[in-house]
Design a protein around this ligand. Structure first.
Ligand code: HSE
Length: 379
């Protein structure tokens, strides 16, 4: 008997999931150990010209109330109705694989608890780093480590924009438009440009690694909208690239410090050469030292690859995977204030040659400098 599944949303990622499933159906079924059937696609729009037009429904209840459907891929994005739909599926014991960063960053603890109670799975490999395997490595392959730090480029759109601006002299708006055409950007690209998307991703990583839910509102976030191309060029001449970096560190006082900011990254650091839509995540563990994960961070098939990988896993695993889980957090006192974030800083003051501070300063100290631009240097 075949395992039946549904796909919620037929946008960039959802259509990628469906196409990838049919393209590689034979090998996917071999890996899942069973035949699989796509029974429904939920979308309010009509797609009469697709070869699977008969699968579409506009009514979520068709999926929810069909006991044959045991797995669901959520690719709608946004908090609602995705949260209500995913919660209802998990409550009925249907495993869910999602690419929805906002959903996991805001509601992951609640959904993981329901999956545990109903002995099914809530998987979200696609929510961080697109195609890059990072969620499983963190809670499986690297599970023996104490993780000191995770840092990286977690937003493909901003990295694409910075690369096009710097390498091709493309104007910011043109680069953004191109990223949207290529299906990289969020529906509202403010989430990319202002760093909210990268923030959601570092929240997911922080929650998974440190075991307590980290909410986006607790994480200092600054995007690339105020980055001056001139600073990018000056930084380059000093031996650095400017990248939007999301990172989280475990501090000596036991707290964690997650944040998202544009940072100067030395040309000696492999992250500085990560360009276009590519993402890179550096994990520093006490046993492994530094480990790097790299790949396409956005786009139709790279993201669909991670969703379908999760789908296969949920078909194979009939019981909850406990390691991919974290607790709810009543307060955020385990999160250090960004004021205590320490780094060397690139400083541009009026009438002076830009320089990098000799010593580390805290974020609070750096903000007090009477400068036109202060940008931290990634250690
Ligand atoms: N807008 C996101 C990005 C999509 O550019 O990285 C992938 O999460």
């Amino acid at each position: 008997m075949s395992v039946k599944f549904a796909v919620l949303g037929h946008g960039v990622v959802g259509s990628g999931v469906v196409e990838l499933f049919y393209k590689n159906k034979e090998s996917i079924e071999k890996r899942a150990g069973t035949e699989m059937e796509l029974k429904y696609i939920l979308d309010l729009r009509d797609f009469p010209d697709t070869p699977y037009a008969d699968k579409f429904t506009k009514d979520f209840n068709d999926i929810l109330n069909d006991d044959e459907v045991t797995a669901v891929c959520e690719c709608m994005g946004g908090l609602e109705p995705a949260f209500t739909f995913v919660k209802s599926c998990l409550e009925k014991g249907k495993s869910v694989s999602t690419s929805n960063k906002e959903l996991v960053a805001e509601k992951g603890d609640i959904l993981l608890a329901i999956a545990k109670e109903k002995n099914c799975n809530f998987f979200f490999e696609a929510s961080v780093g697109g195609a890059i395997p990072i969620i499983r490595p963190l809670h499986k392959c690297l599970a023996a480590n104490e993780i000191n730090e995770v840092a990286g480029i977690l937003n493909g759109t901003t990295n694409f924009i910075l690369t096009k601006m710097y390498n091709d002299n493309m104007a910011f708006d043109d680069a953004l438009k191109l990223a949207q055409q290529l299906g990289y950007a969020e529906k509202d690209p403010t989430a990319d440009v202002e760093g909210y998307d990268a923030c959601r991703k570092i929240c997911i990583i922080s929650s998974l690694v440190y075991g307590k839910h980290v909410y986006p509102k607790s994480v200092f976030t600054k995007g690339i909208s105020q980055i001056d191309l001139n600073d990018v060029q000056v930084a380059d001449s000093m031996g650095y690239a400017i990248k939007l970096i999301a990172n989280v560190k475990k501090l000596e006082n036991g707290k964690i410090l997650p944040c998202v900011m544009p940072m100067l990254v030395s040309h000696d650091n492999i992250i500085s050469s990560v360009s276009d839509v590519f993402n890179a995540v550096l994990v520093d563990g006490d046993a492994v030292d530094k480990t790097m994960f790299y790949g396409r961070g956005a786009g139709k098939f790279p993201t669909a690859s991670a969703v379908v990988g999760d789908l296969i896993d949920s078909v194979k695993h009939k019981v909850t995977v406990f390691s991919q889980s974290w607790e709810s957090s009543e307060d955020d006192s385990f999160i250090e204030s960004v004021d205590n974030f320490k780094a060397k800083w690139y400083v541009r003051e009026a009438g002076k040659t830009p320089y990098i501070t000799d010593n580390e300063l805290t974020f609070a100290e750096a903000q007090k400098l009477s400068a036109e631009a202060v940008i931290p240097v990634l250690a």
